[in-house]
Design a protein around this ligand. Structure first.
Ligand code: IPE
Ligand code: IPE
Ligand code: MG
Length: 246
């Protein structure tokens, strides 16, 4: 089990700006397994330690929110056995890990659609984990499950209409308030593993100005040190938000 105590945080990091919200596209599980002659699903299983270790790393750094992409609205296109494995895996991961995450003060929330395709047993576990940890304040772990950035915007637009918002009142704020977790700060850093240079429908609205860091490390090999490296890269970047350096 990963150690919840921080491994040495580089001094240069802690004196710099720590991102308030980090998003992670946890990619490369299938390739990790295939390189070892294992079934792809073993790669998903091996990603559990990476997730817990990265969560502790973010907590040690003082990150306020960590959003991890666990299952996308497009991942239903995968073979039925792999989808079934991922559903069961995410349910059992919550069973195994919710208590230790609760003990260190992590609030667990979810982003995504609760549609008919997600088994009831999985939804039940998600509700339990959210309920158990709802008053925790050390950090929020937002698990993006059956999540798509476009679906999230579509859902926000539906809510605008349901709320009877007049066209002249539709602005950035009206949409942002209707996203899945409007209380979270916008991600300032998004990390993607496995050497793929795309966002694959992750946090489309929220990450409009996030710094993107790509690493070749496959997700099951990712550890808190890799997160620290991504944050160091973030700290070297100059963020302009459309303005100019003055
Ligand atoms: C990411 O790993 C996990 C999910 C998408 C659920 P992949 O399963 O996409 O691994 P690769 O990209 O095929 O190696
Ligand atoms: C993105 O990875 C989704 C998750 C990590 C859950 P994918 O492997 O599904 O993305 P693509 O297909 O390479 O764009
Ligand atoms: Mg992939």
């Amino acid at each position: 089990m990963p150690d919840p105590r921080p491994v040495e945080i580089p001094a240069s990091l802690s004196s710099g700006h720590i991102p308030s919200h980090v998003g992670v596209v946890m990619d490369g599980n299938g390739r990790w397994a295939q390189r070892r002659g294992l079934p792809r699903t073993d790669g998903h299983g091996a990603g559990e330690v990476a997730l817990v270790d990265t969560t502790y790393g973010a907590l040690a750094l003082g990150v306020r929110a960590l959003t991890v992409y666990a299952f996308s609205t497009e991942n239903w296109r995968r073979p039925v056995d792999e989808v079934r494995y991922l559903m069961n895996f995410n349910r059992s991961l919550l069973e195994r890990r919710q208590h230790e995450l609760h003990e260190v003060g992590i609030r667990i929330v979810f982003s995504g659609r609760r549609d008919w395709r997600v088994p009831r047993g999985v939804l039940k576990r998600m509700d339990e984990a959210s309920e158990l940890t709802k008053n925790n304040t050390a950090m929020t772990l937002n698990i993006a499950f059956n999540y798509g950035g476009r679906a999230e915007i579509v859902d926000a637009v539906k809510r605008l209409i349901e709320d009877g918002v007049a066209a002249k009142h539709v602005d950035d704020k009206a949409i942002a308030q209707r996203l899945y977790h409007p209380e979270l700060p916008e991600p300032d850093l998004v990390v993607r593993t496995s050497g793929e240079y795309r966002t694959s429908n992750f946090l489309m609205w929220e990450a409009a100005y996030a710094e993107l860091v790509f690493t070749d490390v496959l997700w099951p090999d990712f550890r808190r040190e890799d997160l620290y490296e991504a944050v160091a890269e973030f700290q070297r970047r100059e963020r302009r938000f459309g303005g100019i350096e003055q």
